[in-house]
Design a protein around this ligand. Structure first.
Ligand code: ATP
Length: 237
């Protein structure tokens, strides 16, 4: 069953399209790494999927339901969530307050308490720092908090923009591990845009390489990781 599908997606900011007639179909429960050189359009695609950048043409469906005409808010209510680049933690609020922001619109108080406890079980590092103000967190902790806040709302499809950016290898491995485990346990579908190709492919089922606004490769993750020519051509190493 398709969780997220786009057809003929064209997106741009005025000049030539950044994403050009792109087709992509992601199966329910899959973890897909979205790869591509700097400026390939990964962020633009994620923003277009969530309605933050308008489409020039194309259609987007979530679990078979067309949401092309829906607002960002309605897409989120339908189960689509984006963790944008840059760990958007509110630095004046505590870890617990930041976490609960993710569920304010969805959960009643008791359900919110339970959902927050689920997240603390998943992220022990956050559990230990519940009362800590956001500004005291490390980069890794902030990224975990941003992920926990998104998961709290129980999305069905999660889009992540470069969660490993600026993180130490250990924090990156921890974060990607939680993501993989959550997808396996809950059937969450994940589209993970990453410059960290090796890390992303190590947790993904499938890798999609963007180049010049189109899909240059779409292969099983292990297959892509083992193809040096392809890595060299599109990913710069
Ligand atoms: P990175 O890994 O560097 O974030 P990316 O693959 O996410 O790259 P995008 O950020 O989507 O790529 O950028 C794709 C292209 O669109 C780039 O050429 C960029 O300059 C351009 N672009 C991105 N955002 C805007 C904007 N708001 N206005 C105009 N052009 C933009």
């Amino acid at each position: 069953m398709s969780a997220l599908a786009c057809e003929g997606l064209t997106v741009g900011y005025g000049g030539a399209p950044v994403i050009d007639a792109l087709d992509l179909d992601i199966a329910e429960g899959a973890v897909v790494a979205l790869l591509g050189a700097n400026g390939a359009g990964k962020t633009t695609l994620l923003r277009a999927l969530t309605g933050l950048v308008p489409l020039r043409t194309g259609r987007i469906a979530l679990h078979g339901r067309d949401l092309t005409a829906e607002s960002t808010e309605d897409r989120v209510r339908s189960g689509l969530a984006l963790v944008p680049e840059g760990r958007s933690v509110v630095v004046e609020l505590t870890v617990d307050e930041n976490l609960r922001l993710g569920g304010l619109w969805r959960h009643r108080r008791k359900a919110l308490d339970a959902a927050a406890e689920d997240m603390y079980a998943l992220f022990p590092a956050l559990d230990r720092r519940r009362r800590a103000p956001g500004h005291t967190l490390s980069g890794g902790e902030r990224q975990m908090l941003a992920l926990a806040r998104a998961l709290l709302a129980r999305p069905r499809v999660l889009l992540l923009d470069e969660p490993s950016l600026g993180l130490a290898p250990k924090a990156t491995a921890q974060l990607l591990g939680v993501l993989r485990a959550t997808a396996a346990r809950t059937g969450l579908t994940v589209l993970l845009a990453e410059q960290n190709v090796t890390g992303a492919l190590s947790v993904a089922d499938r890798g999609v390489v963007l180049s010049l606004g189109a899909v240059a490769a779409d292969r099983p993750a292990a297959d892509l990781a083992a193809d040096p020519a392809l890595r060299h051509a599109y990913l710069g190493f």
